[in-house]
Design a protein around this ligand. Sequence first.
Ligand code: DX5
Ligand code: ZN
Length: 219
Amino acid sequence: MSHYKLAPSILAADYANFESELKRLEATGVEYIHIDVMDGHFVPNISFGADVVAAMRPHSKLVFDCHLMVSNPEHHIESFARAGADILTIHAEATQHIHGALQKIKAAGMKAGVVINPGTPIASIAHVLNLADQVLIMTVNPGFGGQAYIPEMAEKIAELAQLRDEKGLQFDIEVDGGIDNQTIHSAREAGANVFVAGSYLFRGDLDTNVQILKVALHD
Ligand code: DX5
Ligand code: ZN
């Protein structure tokens, strides 16, 4: 089985029909559902919170990959655990206590992810990598779907992959923002293995677009 995973972002789906959107995504054979939680404070936009995730949970067996773009994410760990999140990924920039917050995510029974914005260096998370099941490298500035992939992030992904090997760690490397049938190659070659895609997948035929990205990962 491939270690590559696709994580469609529900942010680009039809919000009035999450149940049918989840079924439609599941039928395409993707591995994760990427759920973007925005608080209007850490990022300028507001999306949805743990109650919406809880409402979606009975309608999908896929891995719920929750990306919290919220200030003080440590205040929301228990509510996302109760809502049925499988992976909880929090921004290093959003808390003064990233180490403790990652420990709390694991203690709550979820996989722990840490994410950094395009301007944040890998060095800022070097000492928490041992706690991470997943490290997310933002390839856009977070807040909105439909933005352009920042090509300079490939160097950062490669730096992270090298550090992971040096430390003998196993975490997944996820990328998020502007992933399409072109940019996915740059991210993969740099060392990413989990690919979030929103606007690319939902523009046109979802199933066709998923298959195009799957082919891109296997050619
Ligand atoms: C951006 C979000 C992304 C977004 C990706 O803040 O974290 O997950 O949904 O959307 P696209 O693929 O359109 O860049
Ligand atoms: Zn995201």
